[in-house]
Design a protein around this ligand. Structure first.
Ligand code: G3P
Ligand code: MG
Length: 249
């Protein structure tokens, strides 16, 4: 799957509270089409957008996200930790984001972030949200790219949604990356930009895989990665690439 060369990491997360609709909308207003976001599951089995397992860093709540219901999570303020201007921002349910993406024809990299051992509940929650969106909104299959550090989550995503694309997330490129990608039937590898290895990049590109690097907040670093053959970078800054308007196809 071809993404744009810049994917907004947790939305426009340098300018708005990460993983909120405000951060996603700001990225869209900057002309961006592709967003990365982290997907977790609530105590009552709803898929929500949040990076951490605990609530403290990005909300006025505390404790484990997975122990709170969607209603309890929606009551938290997920904006004022970033700045007063965003007071009242909430943790989005995945369904809210899918509905927004369908209306604005935005493309989403859903990074599946299960609590270890809770992969099946997380997969089921994402499945329900997507089934709802495919039935009730104009969302199309090519607007979704799954990724995960968790191989079981990728396997479950494949079983639930065989038609949707998947990428494996990793830190450095493992020596057996090609074999892992083949086994999981992934279309690409997302890995840490700081740990890039030119030889491994060339090998994976020769096999046809899409390669995308996180998290790149320097235009010079992005340029060097593109020159190496990297297809896309995740950035907190939607205008990283000189504000050029990115297209999704
Ligand atoms: O999906 C790329 C990147 O977001 C992976 O790491 O911790 O920012 O979710 P993290
Ligand atoms: Mg992420």
């Amino acid at each position: 799957m071809q993404t744009s060369s810049l994917i907004c990491h947790r939305g426009a997360s340098a300018m708005a509270p990460e993983n909120t609709l405000q951060a996603f909308e700001l990225a869209r207003q900057h002309g961006q089409r592709w967003l990365e976001m982290d997907v977790a599951v609530s105590a009552d089995g709803e898929a929500v957008i949040f990076h951490d397992e605990i609530l403290r860093r990005c909300t006025n709540g505390s404790g484990w996200l997975i122990r709170q219901s969607l209603a309890e999570l929606k009551a938290l303020d997920a904006g004022s930790w970033f700045s007063e201007q965003f007071t009242g921002a909430t943790i989005p349910a995945l369904t809210e984001v899918l509905d927004w993406a369908a209306r604005h024809h935005m493309f989403l990299n859903l990074e599946i972030k299960p609590v270890l051992g809770r992969e099946p509940e997380t997969a089921a929650a994402i499945h329900r949200a997507l089934e709802w969106a495919f039935e009730h909104t104009a969302l199309q299959a090519d607007q979704i790219l799954f990724s995960s550090f968790n191989p079981l989550s990728l396997q479950l995503a494949r079983e639930c949604h065989p038609g949707l694309q998947r990428a494996l997330l990793t830190e450095a490129i493992a020596v057996d990356a090609a074999a892992r990608l083949a086994a999981l039937q992934c279309e690409g590898l997302h890995f840490c930009a700081e740990l890039v290895d030119e030889v491994a990049v060339a090998e994976l590109k020769s096999l046809g895989y899409q390669l995308r690097c996180y998290t790149v907040n320097s235009a010079i670093q992005a340029e060097s990665l593109f020159n190496m053959g990297i297809d896309a970078v995740f950035s907190d800054y939607p205008a990283l690439l000189s504000g050029a308007s990115e297209t999704a196809r």
